[in-house]
Design a protein around this ligand. Structure first.
Ligand SMILES: [Zn+2]
Length: 238
């Protein structure tokens, strides 16, 4: 029944996956049944409308910095050049192997974090609302690009969506044009909100709220006509 086996070049790692048969028992009861908004961000990974926050593990951030330093120190190493007849040095080979392994470790750590987080959320909250991320548009913006791709917003949404039938959750996507960060979660006033501002201070009612929490509350209470069911554009590898 072996279904998949593959090898990561340079990293000397082999992966084997195979299907197993197991009954999935959805929990009978979610602790929170009212709509819960989730705001995804760069400084705080996920902020929920009830105030719960999920932070990317520090070890992952540290591993990324270490990899960056390693790459910078070895920036002149070449893995050979077949056309020019240059052979890769032993040290260059070592560096590329090491680099590939670190990349694989970071990816694995991020997937692990995302899997745990989305499972925890799916078990506790019955009704989840997330932003419709214009991921391709954000990636085109170079300032946001690496943080969006690295932090796994897209995967987060995909995991929540494919777990919804498993845990019996409702996952909804709020339309892309809804100004969740620019709207006051207390009175509904809409005002400009600079990207770097961490606190929303309402010009109309004086409400003072953390930027991400304000957005999450807005996602939770948005009107039904701005919401649609999330669909998994991609299915997980079985
Ligand atoms: Zn207000």
């Amino acid at each position: 029944m072996l279904s998949n086996i593959y090898h990561q070049p340079y990293s000397r790692q082999w992966y084997v996956s195979f299907p197993i048969k197991a009954d999935r028992i959805p929990p009978l009861y979610h602790e929170v049944s009212e709509p819960t908004g989730i705001d995804l961000g760069v400084s705080t990974f996920a902020t929920l409308s009830d105030g719960t926050v999920y932070q990317l593990p520090y070890s992952l951030k540290k591993a990324k910095i270490k990899l960056g330093k390693l790459q910078y120190r070895n920036r002149n190493k070449q893995l050979g050049h077949r056309k020019l007849g240059i052979k890769a040095s032993k040290n260059a080979q070592k560096f590329y192997r090491n680099q590939a392994k670190k990349h694989a470790d970071i990816a694995q750590g991020r997937r692990d974090f995302l899997q745990k987080t989305t499972t925890e959320i799916s078990q506790k909250y019955a009704h989840i609302r997330i932003e419709d991320l214009n991921v391709s548009g954000m990636v085109a913006n170079h300032k946001l690009a690496s943080s969006v791709v690295d932090s796994g917003f897209y995967e987060f949404r995909r995991f929540l969506t494919y777990k919804s039938p498993i845990y019996g959750t409702v996952v909804e996507v709020v339309d892309r044009w809804y100004p969740s960060s620019k709207t006051c979660s207390s009175c509904g006033h809409v005002q400009p909100m600079p990207l770097q501002a961490r606190v929303f201070v309402c010009e109309a009612c004086g409400n003072n709220c953390n930027r991400d929490l304000n957005a999450a509350i807005n996602l939770a209470s948005v009107s039904k006509n701005r919401v649609r069911m999330a669909s998994p554009e991609l299915t997980p590898v079985e």
